[in-house]
Design a protein around this ligand. Structure first.
Ligand SMILES: Cc1cc2nc3c(=O)[nH]c(=O)nc-3n(C[C@H](O)[C@H](O)[C@H](O)COP(=O)(O)OP(=O)(O)OC[C@H]3O[C@@H](n4cnc5c(N)ncnc54)[C@H](O)[C@@H]3O)c2cc1C
Length: 404
């Protein structure tokens, strides 16, 4: 029997590679190996509905083992891949077992970045990536009087919203001078600053966290200005580190993640990679790291095609969403390098879109509680069509019609 195609990492990207291989007609053996004890599950609710108790664990699961078995996909959970031998085309599991592969996909994802500062190991200082982490944060919120969130990115803000919803005092400590600085434009940062302030979050910008205090459990967070913020739960959400060590260990090019091209091929064309573990080399030669469900899915589709010797480059406009309180932000495209913004709707109504143009070309749209704008924006950007500035601003102008 031929060796299987093996996919390392059984989550959003790994699952998609497996299912896409089947959809593309691959009928050989297929093994999906993950080190978590769960079948593939979605992470976005871990800082949203699952965290607030509005979603149960069974709804997190993307596909169960039986369903996968029905598609001829052998799911192996709780099993870590320790090493890859590219020349011999086999891999070694943590228990020493060796598995031969005929094709290999890496979908090892990422882990939360930890703070290497005094007190970081104290009980009550937690990170959020897995189901277990989310449960820990939920229990921590339930038991806490005062919650500190370190990091004003999307995950930090969603946790702050969940803690406020539970009625806890929340201080949010962000090192930079605005929220969402890494991912969003100042207008969006300001909107979320106001939103969280209105909901009672104590936001401290420019707050460099230097340590955590407490004897047997965390009791406070200290910042570089000498202040101590009392907290009996601290959630650190300061970004991720791609799990690229397995790839680096077998000599694949890694820089801010496993380097892939638009077809998800690594520096070894026989091995593909998809999702949060990757950094995609763009046509301009820069490395693009997108940490999103859409990126995981689209790169996985490219990866499956590449394993079958086909080219299916990932060219769609990136998109992302975040839920906080009664606000849903949806982002389409990449706003970096824009030179003009156009507002549609009113920020005060919490129902608006910001259109970003480079010259007269639409490059991105951020929509707050305006899902139809977001859908139209994705179509417009994918089709390379741009509304005029006046059309973008005019709420009576049907954007969807322009995208056709
Ligand atoms: C709390 C939270 C909220 C989020 N919210 C959003 C959102 O609103 N919208 C959005 O688009 N995205 C969101 N994301 C990001 C999104 O979930 C990720 O981009 C996506 O899960 C990436 O999928 P992945 O399969 O690449 O990686 P992962 O989900 O990290 O999966 C990788 C898997 O591989 C396993 N693994 C790693 N190394 C090995 C090994 N050596 N052997 C075996 N298994 C291994 C890991 O344990 C893990 O199970 C959120 C993420 C988090 C954590």
């Amino acid at each position: 029997m031929n060796a299987p195609i093996i996919i390392v990492g059984a989550a959003q990207a790994g699952l998609q590679v497996a299912e896409q291989l089947r959809a593309d007609g691959y009928d050989g053996a297929l093994t999906l190996i993950g080190d978590e004890p769960h079948p593939p599950y979605q992470r976005p609710p871990l800082s949203k509905a699952f965290l607030t108790g509005e979603m149960t664990e069974d709804r997190l699961v993307l596909r169960g083992k039986d369903l996968l078995a029905g598609k001829g996909i052998d799911l192996v959970t709780g099993t870590r891949v320790a090493a890859i031998d590219r020349a011999a085309r086999h891999l070694t599991l943590a228990d020493g077992a060796r598995l031969a592969w005929s094709g290999l996909a890496l979908a090892t994802g990422a882990r939360p970045r930890a703070l290497a500062i005094p007190g970081a190991g104290l009980p009550g200082v937690v990170l959020l990536r897995t189901i277990e982490d989310s449960r820990r944060v939920a229990q921590g919120i339930a038991a806490a009087r005062r919650v500190a969130v370190v990091g004003g990115g999307f995950i930090g803000l969603e946790i702050a919203a969940a803690a406020r919803k539970a009625g806890r005092d929340v201080v949010l400590l962000e090192a930079l001078d605005r929220l969402l600085a890494r991912t969003s434009t100042p207008v969006i940062s300001k909107f979320f600053f106001e939103l969280h302030k209105e909901h009672g979050v104590d936001i401290r910008l420019g707050a460099q966290v230097t340590g955590f205090s407490g004897d047997t459990h965390v009791s406070g967070v200290t910042t570089a200005d000498g202040a101590t913020h009392a907290a009996d739960l601290v959630v650190v959400g300061i970004g991720i580190v791609p799990n690229a060590e397995l790839a680096a260990g077998c000599g694949l090019a890694c820089e801010r993640g496993i380097v892939v091209d638009a077809c998800s091929r690594t520096s070894d064309p026989a091995i593909v990679a998809a999702g949060d573990c990757t950094a995609r080399r763009t046509d301009e030669g820069t490395l693009l790291r997108l940490e999103s469900v859409q990126n995981a899915i689209e790169q996985a589709k490219s990866a499956a095609a590449a394993l079958l010797g086909k080219e299916r480059p990932f060219v769609a406009a990136p998109w992302f969403w975040s839920d906080q309180y009664d606000v849903r932000l949806q982002m389409a495209g990449l706003s970096a390098g824009h030179d003009r913004t156009v507002l549609r709707g009113a920020i005060a109504d919490r129902r608006f879109s910001v259109f970003y143009f480079r010259g007269d070309r639409l490059v991105a749209v951020d929509s707050v509680n305006r899902a139809p704008d977001h859908i139209a924006a994705r179509k417009l950007i994918d089709a390379g069509r741009s509304p005029t500035f006046a059309q973008a601003a005019d709420e009576a102008c049907a954007l969807a019609a322009l995208a056709k």
